[in-house]
Design a binder for this molecule. Structure first.
Ligand code: FAD
Length: 412
């Protein structure tokens, strides 16, 4: 049975992150968003309190907490801004978790530990200009050359491409092999040479306080020891990483819904029309009641997914459902919040338009709404089965009770 009560450690985690966010990010985020400027010290600030390695064992530089804690942290970060949660999604869910699950012991020590400790910023390069949902359509190649691979190709829409140090990149070792021809590589910017270049994507429509970029790879040498898994296992590794990323995206969406709800409740009590607070109008109440409904349902789906992941049980179906539902719910809640605020919602004087702009992208990334609909349809019809995850090694192994903010800082 799922225990819905957070543990004392989880409650302390949430309280600690809230206080930290209130101090370091919340007062400034609206301005950073308006300036379209990622603050380069943001990653270091998240690392300083152990968030960059929250769910990895302490021996790999992590904070030794569980998947539910990762979900709760994602919600708290996105409550302040989607750009902050996106860091956890790409750095932990998509990149570091891939190395943790698929890496050898040596790769975990060398490639994962600096990520978990926050010394390196991780990102994930799967999407290409001509291949998003259709992963097997990718064109990037990796050619074996002695004890290294040579990578060529383009990646695009890579979150934090311009600031990350270490990338989990997918390329075809067998260009005629379809999805079975894909392999996964950990590419470190400092070792990749001049052929590895990144560019910011201009005229993006939201998540302005974060970065999204493209990667160009021209004869980029990557040590053979940085290949994750076997040749041809890249597609499976990508799907496994996406499952972890999606879990953080779904959990983050709960933060957007709660932010939309809190802002709407406060405004509806204060703004008056026809001689009374607008909160007295039933149609305004309906929008706010739906936000609450969406929050509770999304959070329960995320808790269910986190619970299954903690047990090492098949969780693909539950994670996909949580991601699909919560991301749609977050966009609808943010859009209703704009409505509650009337004309003021259609400005950046209040946070709700930023919430709505930001909430649109998670409906698209880490599996579009349509892809998750297809996934759920296939599960329902028995065309797809939820397999046990490859790695059931509990990430929170070695966890000790947390007593203060200092314990959350226990990295490296
Ligand atoms: C802000 C942002 C950040 C991102 N960050 C990353 C990142 O860090 N790393 C990374 O690799 N990628 C990232 N992405 C890319 C993202 O994962 C892709 O955009 C997404 O997978 C969709 O791919 P696409 O854009 O090529 O759309 P397409 O795959 O071309 O889809 C276009 C439309 O066709 C529909 N469609 C496609 N196939 C099917 C199907 N089989 N059945 C039904 N409908 C279908 C889609 O649902 C969509 O509506 C990011 C995207 C955004 C917007």
């Amino acid at each position: 049975m799922i225990d819905l009560e957070p543990t004392p450690d989880q409650m302390l985690l949430v309280q600690t992150i809230r206080e930290y966010m209130d101090r370091e990010f919340a007062p400034y985020i609206q301005d950073w968003d308006a300036q379209h400027a990622y603050q380069p010290d943001t990653f270091a600030k998240l690392a300083a309190v152990g968030l960059t390695g929250i769910c990895f064992p302490e021996r790999y530089g992590g904070s030794g907490m569980d998947y539910i804690s990762l979900g709760l942290a994602s919600e708290e970060l996105e409550y302040v801004d989607t750009s902050l949660r996106t860091i956890l999604s790409v750095h932990i869910g998509l990149c570091a978790m891939g190395i943790f699950i698929w890496g050898t012991e040596e790769q975990r020590r060398c490639l994962l530990s600096p990520l978990a400790a926050g010394e390196r910023f991780g990102a994930f390069g799967l999407t290409e200009p001509n291949a998003g949902s259709d992963v097997a359509g990718m064109r990037a190649t990796a050619r074996r050359d002695g004890d290294r691979y040579i990578l060529n190709g383009e990646k695009t829409w890579v979150s934090y491409a311009d600031y990350a140090d270490r990338f989990l990149i997918f390329a075809k070792t067998d260009p005629s092999g379809g999805h079975r021809g894909i392999s996964a590589f950990v590419v470190d910017r400092s070792e990749a040479g001049d052929g590895f270049r990144t560019f910011p994507i201009a005229r993006k429509a939201g998540i302005f306080a974060g970065d999204t970029g493209s990667i160009s790879m021209s004869d980029v040498p990557v040590p053979a020891g940085n290949r994750l898994g076997e040749e041809g296992e890249g597609f499976t590794i990508a799907m496994s990483s996406l499952e972890n990323g999606r879990y953080t995206v779904a959990s983050g969406a709960c933060g957007t819904i709660r932010a939309a709800y809190d802002a709407s409740v406060a405004y509806a009590k204060e703004r008056e029309a026809f001689g009374k607070p607008i909160g007295r109008f039933q149609l305004v109440q309906q929008m706010i009641a739906k936000m609450y409904q969406r929050y509770e349902a999304s959070r329960l789906l995320c808790l269910q997914a986190g619970y299954l992941k903690n047990l090492g049980r098949p969780s693909n179906r539950a994670v996909s459902l949580a991601k699909w539902f919560a991301c749609d719910a977050a966009f609808e809640a943010a859009s209703d919040a704009v409505e509650v605020f009337g004309a003021y919602g259609y400005s950046d004087e209040y946070p709700v338009f930023r919430l709505m702009r930001n909430a649109r992208a998670p409906v698209i990334y880490e599996g579009t709404r349509e892809i998750h609909t297809v996934i759920q349809g296939e599960y329902a019809l028995g065309y797809r089965t939820d397999r046990s995850p490859r790695c059931t090694l509990p990430p929170w192994e070695g966890q000790k009770p947390m007593e203060s903010e200092r314990d959350l800082v226990g990295v490296g």
